[in-house]
Ligand binder design. Structure first.
Ligand code: GAL
Length: 376
């Protein structure tokens, strides 16, 4: 009953927030704000709270994403309520429900399980609260308004092409041993990335220039639930024990995320890789996390994908602002991201492949990582 009342109140005060039907100056009531901005004179934003749900603090990037969005929204005069769910799906669902009950003006969600938010999005829709999927697609709902991400397939293509170039696969006359690590099966990004990488690598696997000694090549065999580095480490240890005794060595590891790569590095280190006799294989990654860039500088991990979260979060902020002002938000892809119910209008940023040769230009010169942090 209380929820129904709130929904009615919200649809009256927020009428037109999505449909371009004029700007409301009335704040939704009841929004309690931990990070409230002190002053704003902008009647469009004044009093409006944006709920931001991030998956976990265990990865550096989501902390940056969350902090940057809070700052960007505050600069525009919004209040924010930022919450993390430590990768527990139920926690994120109840956080979203609470924010809807509190009457936030918009929700920005980087989900933990892309298929877990259908009911939440329906509740948001009923309360006239726009939902923006952040970095990860929200699936199986018509009630998601925009998707802000990177070109996830291109991330995979870039990783695949890096391996192709580094091993000179086009010209190589010998074969190389490779093992494959994909991301979380409940994250649409993991599938798109794997597809992009396999478009490049599969022909070499088929022609046996790349040999997957473990035989594990299907997504279901190589995926890593919740992108968990400990699981990747464990799987790599098992693969090494079962398939790489008797002098056989790993030449490359396709890894989809820095957190996995760090686990893989430890598994390899524990059997002697990183020595004069057993050099590090080519090891890829994604996210350009500080710990990983240190590892790249040391020559352990070879490459990562830099996804500038400053651009992503700034785009999300612009999208929220446009939607709440009744404007059409900027999109650059209206065909790729079919979530099972509709094609979600998307804005995709461009990823950049980074290794020892260009990390300074891409990461340090751009101010994404401070050089001093690499020496800590
Ligand atoms: C994905 C994201 C990656 C990485 C991973 C683990 O959804 O696209 O950049 O952050 O989650 O957090």
């Amino acid at each position: 009953m209380k929820k129904k009342l709130m929904a009615m109140l919200l649809s009256m005060t927020l009428l037109g927030s999505l449909g371009g039907c004029g700007v409301t100056t009335t704040a939704p009531g009841g929004a309690d704000d931990k990070n409230s901005s002190s002053a704003t004179s902008d009647s469009n934003t004044s009093g409006k709270t944006i709920g931001i749900l991030m998956p976990t603090k265990s990865s550096e990037r989501w902390i940056k994403d969350g902090d940057d969005m809070v700052k960007g929204l505050k600069d525009l005069g919004y209040k924010t309520d930022l919450q993390y769910a430590e990768d527990v799906v139920e926690t994120q669902v109840s956080q979203a429900e609470n924010l809807i009950t509190k009457g936030v003006s918009a929700l920005v969600i980087a989900n933990i399980d892309g298929e877990s938010l259908t009911d939440v999005c329906a509740k948001a829709k009923a309360a006239n609260i726009p939902v923006i999927a952040y970095d990860r697609l929200i699936k199986n709902t018509a009630d998601v308004d925009y998707y802000i991400s990177f070109d996830n397939k291109l991330v995979g293509t870039q990783i695949g092409q890096y391996i192709e170039k580094k091993l000179d696969l086009k010209n190589a006359t010998k074969s190389f041993n490779i093992e494959l690590f994909a991301g979380s099966p409940d994250d649409n990004n993991a599938h798109m990335l794997y597809d992009g990488a396999m478009e490049v690598l599969k022909p070499y696997i088929d022609s046996k220039k790349l040999v997957v000694a473990s035989g594990q090549t299907k997504f279901d065999e190589v995926c890593t639930l919740r992108w968990d580095g400990a699981l990747a480490q464990n799987r790599m240890e098992n693969i090494l024990t079962a398939n790489y005794s008797k002098g056989k060595k790993v030449d490359a590891v396709f890894s989809s995320y820095d957190g996995l790569s760090r686990g893989i590095v430890e598994a390899l280190r524990s059997v002697g890789y990183g020595s004069a006799d057993l050099p590090w294989p080519v090891i890829t990654g994604q996210d350009a996390e500080t710990a990983t860039v240190k590892s790249i500088v040391k020559g352990e991990q070879t490459q990562t994908i830099f996804k500038d979260t400053r651009k992503l979060s700034a785009q999300a902020v612009k999208t929220v602002d446009a939607v709440l002002k009744g404007q059409k938000a900027e999109v650059n892809d209206e065909k790729t991201y079919n979530n099972g119910v509709k094609v979600v209008p998307s804005y995709l940023c461009t990823p950049v492949s980074v290794d020892k040769d260009n990390y300074k230009k891409e990461l340090i010169d751009s101010g994404y990582i401070k050089e001093a942090d690499l020496n800590k």
